[in-house]
Structure formats: structure tokens, C-alpha cells
Ligand binder design. Structure first.
Ligand SMILES: [Zn+2]
Length: 81
């Protein structure tokens, strides 16, 4: 059972930036996704995490996961989960 945590506004901004650096784009419009507002981050037992992302640009219903390495999860402050 993976741990979950709500993201702070600062963590959401960082996650958005990481998604951009990874080249993660909306499958529908190619826009930059942001963490889905009502979603939690899920920490993986191995130290990584994933965050459900959604495109606010086209308000697509599609959701997709931003997968974070242990280092990225730590940078977001998710390592304490
Ligand atoms: Zn989109």
C-alpha cells in the first residue's frame, strides 16, 4: 500500500516544472499539464512517486501520471511519506 499526500502549492509548481523538463505534454492538445487539483501524490515503496496530472489548457478529461525518480520525489519533499 503506497503512501499518499496532498501537494502544497509550492510542490505543485515544482511538479509542473519537472513535467515540463521531462517533456510531458497533454495527449490531446500538447499543452503543459499541471497536477490535478483534487489528486494526491502517491509515494512508491522504492522511494519514487507519481502524481496525477491533468491539462488545464484544454480542460481535457484525460489524466496521466508524472512518474518521479527517488531524487525528484525527494526534491519535492515527498521522501518523508
Ligand atoms: Zn490539453
Amino acid at each position: 500500500m503506497a503512501s499518499r499526500a496532498w501537494l502544497s502549492d509550492q510542490q505543485k509548481r515544482r511538479a509542473t516544472r519537472i513535467a515540463r523538463e521531462k517533456g510531458l505534454t497533454c495527449p490531446d492538445c500538447g499543452g503543459s499539464p499541471e497536477p490535478a487539483p483534487e489528486q494526491e501524490a502517491r509515494a512508491h515503496p522504492g522511494g519514487g512517486a507519481d502524481i496525477t496530472m491533468r491539462c488545464l489548457n484544454c480542460e481535457s478529461a484525460s489524466e496521466f501520471a508524472l512518474v518521479l525518480s527517488p531524487e525528484e520525489a525527494k526534491a519535492l519533499g515527498l521522501h518523508a511519506l
